[in-house]
Design a protein around this ligand. Sequence first.
Ligand SMILES: Nc1nc2c(c(=O)[nH]1)N[C@H]1C(S)=C(S)[C@@H](COP(=O)(O)OP(=O)(O)OC[C@H]3O[C@@H](n4cnc5c(=O)[nH]c(N)nc54)[C@H](O)[C@@H]3O)O[C@H]1N2
Ligand SMILES: Nc1nc2c(c(=O)[nH]1)N[C@H]1C(S)=C(S)[C@@H](COP(=O)(O)OP(=O)(O)OC[C@H]3O[C@@H](n4cnc5c(=O)[nH]c(N)nc54)[C@H](O)[C@@H]3O)O[C@H]1N2
Ligand code: SF4
Ligand SMILES: [Mo]
Length: 684
Amino acid sequence: MEKRIGVCNLCEAICGLELTIEDGAVTGIRGNPADPLSRGYVCPKGVALADVHADPDRLRRPVRRDGDDWVEIDWDEAFGLVAERLRAVADEHGRDAVGVYLGNPNAHSLGFQTHGVPFVKALRTHSRFSASTVDQVPHQFVAWQLFGHQLLLPVPDVDRTDFFLVMGANPMASNGSLMTAPDFPNRVRELKARGGRMVVLDPRRTETAKVANEHHFVRPGSDAFVLLAMLHVLFADGLTTPPAYVDHVDEVRDLVAGFTPERAEAASGLPADTIRALTRDFAAADRAAAYGRMGLSTQGFGTVCQWAVNLLNLLTGNFDREGGVLFPEPAVDVVGTRVVGPGHHDVWRSRVRGVPEFAGELPTATMLEEMTTPGEGRIRALVTVAGNPVLSTPNGRALADALDGLDFVVAVDIYLNETTRHADVILPPTTALERDQYDVVFHGFAVRNTARFTPAVFERPDDARHDWEIFDALAERLGGRAVGAEPAALIEMLLDAGGRTTMAELREHPEGVDLGPLRPSVPGRLQTDDHRIDLTPPLVVADLARVERSAPELADGELLLIGRRHLRDNNSWLHNTTRLTRGRARHHLLMHPDDLAERGLEDGAVVRVRSRVGQVDVEVSAVDDVMRGVVSLPHGYGHQVGGTRLRHASGVPGVSINDLTDPGLLDVSGNAALNGVPVTVRPV
Ligand SMILES: Nc1nc2c(c(=O)[nH]1)N[C@H]1C(S)=C(S)[C@@H](COP(=O)(O)OP(=O)(O)OC[C@H]3O[C@@H](n4cnc5c(=O)[nH]c(N)nc54)[C@H](O)[C@@H]3O)O[C@H]1N2
Ligand SMILES: Nc1nc2c(c(=O)[nH]1)N[C@H]1C(S)=C(S)[C@@H](COP(=O)(O)OP(=O)(O)OC[C@H]3O[C@@H](n4cnc5c(=O)[nH]c(N)nc54)[C@H](O)[C@@H]3O)O[C@H]1N2
Ligand code: SF4
Ligand SMILES: [Mo]
């Protein structure tokens, strides 16, 4: 029996692990109590890392489609085949005819951070898409405009705040997002124990709402009105205390003048008096932090919402203040070093809808039409890396069909999933336990400054390849340049450049090194030319007119569909482990009992949910935890089993919410509006 330190790469909490290994197999996983950030916390998914590693259904060698069957091929043959087919499409139809979709686990892989980006560059295509535009792009779009860099995101100082305002986030299930806060349950307990207050605004009384001091329902998609009204109250009551480095405070006052609490009440259902009281309490708190996540960014007004959240913090003096929101100071600083560019907008547009790129990517909600609309530049080949867009992006069902119409699809993925089953070749990299990890992304969003390098727990088998080896091999064969050096060597250089710790120190302390609590760093850290913040960026100001015009226009009997996450799910891809899938089913449509009764429906019945885009039949559960007029389905369900020799064996029932979500609904940042989709619910 041997003990090894590992790390969980499943979600943004990046928990440190302690693994027990017997005869080459993982027989136990627990949280590492010595980890300065995660402090011994682990959730049920972390324990399941062992299941993924041992899963007989996991792909270990490249496979090529042969009719309805899959044939294993060797790595060289696979690389050669992929490069030849991608090149053929690019030669005949132009570079943009090769599309690329990058999924969520790339953010959690060191090898992608160091080698994946150069690989994508080697494709030299404008047809770039990722999970970011069904997720957090509004945050980046706003950060680029306010702070001068897309990844310079203020993070709530949860460990020291007195007033934590949480909108459209469920960290009790997600463990935090753009807020790396492992052990969130204990951090909330501590917040309440020191007399602090957590207030949640959400159309569902979530797990987070239930541990909060207060929860209020807000109609999906209406938060912009609530936030603009909060800014309105700040000005009306003379509660603004902006820092010296911001410009155009008066213009903001004029912009929000018409957004009264009464108007917000009409749009959101949140009483005007509650909005006033919340705003006054927030402004009066010694240390307050406003935070809005998925429910605010994946809706029609994601950009306005994220802008307004930032302004709420800025105008009350809670920005760059202990106990408010602050910029983390990661040991590997991709912002200050410009390893990641600051962002750019509208340098090119999508072919069919003419939607602008942001930071080099087009909205994933346009990927389908780019594959199916005839004409020059149509996407004819697709590369997916660690993604499952058939389940995770709007109108996934149509996307699955569109994939079959392409000339060539290659997937870099460890599973045959609802997307990769449409591929011609699948290249499976090693798993988390077989590779070195340093969280280049998430230390930059963490509630405490720490650094940690985790060497691979298991050696890479001879016939396996790391993702970075796959990227290098393909980049080279496509005429690009291989990075060459291993990820660890590159991290060592970046650590040296940062000067806060060294690889030697991190190797000596695999549990992680504590670099202290968040601390003020502005205006020095601002990446704007003048080191000031313009509170009224034109792209946001222009979008206020769209908020102005938006009125709830639901047809008779229509409801608004929202998503949800469960602690024991991770997007679409952990349903192959029995550890996480046994127990009570959690795929049901949640609906308020009165809304059910009005339609003559009963708890447990199978109902038909229909949107502009599609329909699904699913069991309904009556719960008064959802607001009236709102229904909720989790995303990442709707698995398809069988049909091929290698299979994702998930027998989990459920339907895909993204067979209902609408690619036509976009925020100005290009993010898909996955929440607040009008649907009808009827008996089958
Ligand atoms: N309606 C609705 N849709 C949503 C959301 C929602 O809330 N509502 N959430 C959105 C969000 S926030 C996200 S991030 C997206 C996620 O969307 P995607 O990233 O498209 O989907 P995932 O389910 O994360 O799929 C990850 C894939 O990566 C593979 N994988 C796992 N580890 C590795 C690895 O180390 N290397 C490689 N190469 N592959 C690996 C898995 O097998 C899986 O197939 O979904 C979005 N879709
Ligand atoms: N267990 C688990 N953890 C995860 C993941 C997972 O799949 N499972 N995925 C990871 C990923 S990729 C991400 S991006 C994060 C996401 O992390 P979070 O954003 O914390 O997670 P969500 O559950 O998507 O929370 C969104 C909340 O917004 C609410 N909501 C929906 N529409 C609206 C609206 O219009 N207004 C308001 N105010 N609220 C609304 C929903 O009811 C929900 O409670 O979680 C990460 N962690
Ligand atoms: S909270 Fe996230 S990082 Fe921590 S063990 Fe669970 S899935 Fe892994
Ligand atoms: Mo995400």
